[in-house]
Design a protein around this ligand. Sequence first.
Ligand code: NAD
Ligand code: 6OD
Length: 488
Amino acid sequence: MSNSRILNFVDGQFVEGAPGAFFENRNPCDNSVISLVSEADKATVDRAVDAARRALNGPWGKMAVAERAEILHKVADGITRRFEEFLEAECLDTGKPKSLARHIDIPRGAANFKIFADLVKNVATEAFQMPTPDGTGALNYSVRKPKGVIGVICPWNLPLLLMTWKVGPAMACGNAVIVKPSEETPTTATLLGEVMNEAGVPPGVYNVVHGFGPGSAGEFITTHKGVNAITFTGETRTGAAIIKASADQIRPVSLELGGKNPAIVFADCDLDKAIEGTTRSAFANCGQVCLGTERVYVERPIFDRFVARLKAAAEGLKVGVPADAASNMGPLISKEHQGKVLGYYQTAKDLGATVVTGGGRPAMDGALADGAWVEPTIWTGLGDDSAIMREEIFGPCCHVSPFDSEDEVIARANDTDYGLCASIWTESTSRAHRVAAQMETGLVWINSWFLRDLRTPFGGAKRSGIGREGGVHSLEFYTELSNICVKL
Ligand code: NAD
Ligand code: 6OD
């Protein structure tokens, strides 16, 4: 068992939470214990909220925007300077390939601070001149103020990326944060505490409390009277619990939730690009991306060719440990999640799906045999109403169905409770725009997937979320806008 201990980060210091209460953080590659994590009790969360409030009433609240932005640039630079430490920690917690995290997770961790630090310095607010009966007129202008203490509750699939995607804009807008990382991935949020101190972030602005959801740190944050807003990324069911917990205090929530995302592949697509894109969207990060494609609709004339090529691409993926430079697929996050995904693999067989490839666990040697590995899997032959087509699986798998007309595929792609994103593959510009505009999703990619410009609105429709973050949309959530009316 590892002796490494992960502590909470409160008021600029690493502290133990509930005395002696530690939970295990396990390596998904072999199920060994990586570290013991100190669980925050209610008193620890109270201390974090008090520290956050003091920071808001003290140096952080009084700091000029330009100085705050400069400090956030130092945070980004600190992540970059300690890049290899963040990379090691993220890959140990998640099992994801270093080649992936090196290009996505860690650089985005830094970028999430820079983009919003620059944005807040340059966004104007509105002003209106208004006539009054006495002829002197009035002037209305608005000012943005920080919302206050923001609870940031995070998932495990892209831990640093998704946490900083909230913390970057929250801090840029002058708020203080209480972060609860997923219990599966506590390390990089904790390491970021060191970077915050090195960058000169005042104590209490960035706090990290560890633990679980109900009856633990998650619930202590969502029910805390001193928390002014909650931003959450995770499962739709948990999002519903968070809305309920916030209802009594009429507290704003921003929810980025699950998906059951379609890819639509027209016969006039560039097939090489569609295969490359769909291989990434279905299997990257072992299928554990909220934006991942689990439903692929392919126009009938190219259906057989597409399935054969996607099968070859899936079978070309190399499952392996993070440090293996040739590996492009790691394990799932945990044995528990492996059980859930393998359950769906069994359901697909029971429902009579054709298993084009995969459908089980890969053979792994030695200690890795106890890891949370699953095979990349492709099915055909199921109806749109099956559980495989309706429920988010969050594993490296997709179902491919043929379609015959544009109207048919639009209706089928939209026939879901979720509305996070869609990908459209076609070389026809007019068809691409026509179909994109009819997708009931917050995001549409044409001939690409997960291509991100952080100035754009990000979020889901239907059961995939509430609100948009990104660019100025993040400012909408993380600030309170006040109108000031001046009678002249
Ligand atoms: P999860 O909902 O199980 O957990 C997310 C976080 O919420 C964890 O920190 C957890 O401890 C906490 N939590 C759980 N119950 C809680 C409660 N009652 N009160 C307060 N906190 C609670 O999600 P997960 O399994 O960590 O992540 C996978 C899910 O996240 C998938 O559904 C995926 O689609 C979704 N996701 C969505 C986006 C998006 O941008 N839309 C991004 C990434 C992941
Ligand atoms: O790129 C982002 O900003 C973002 N929020 C990605 C979400 C990925 C979901 O797993």
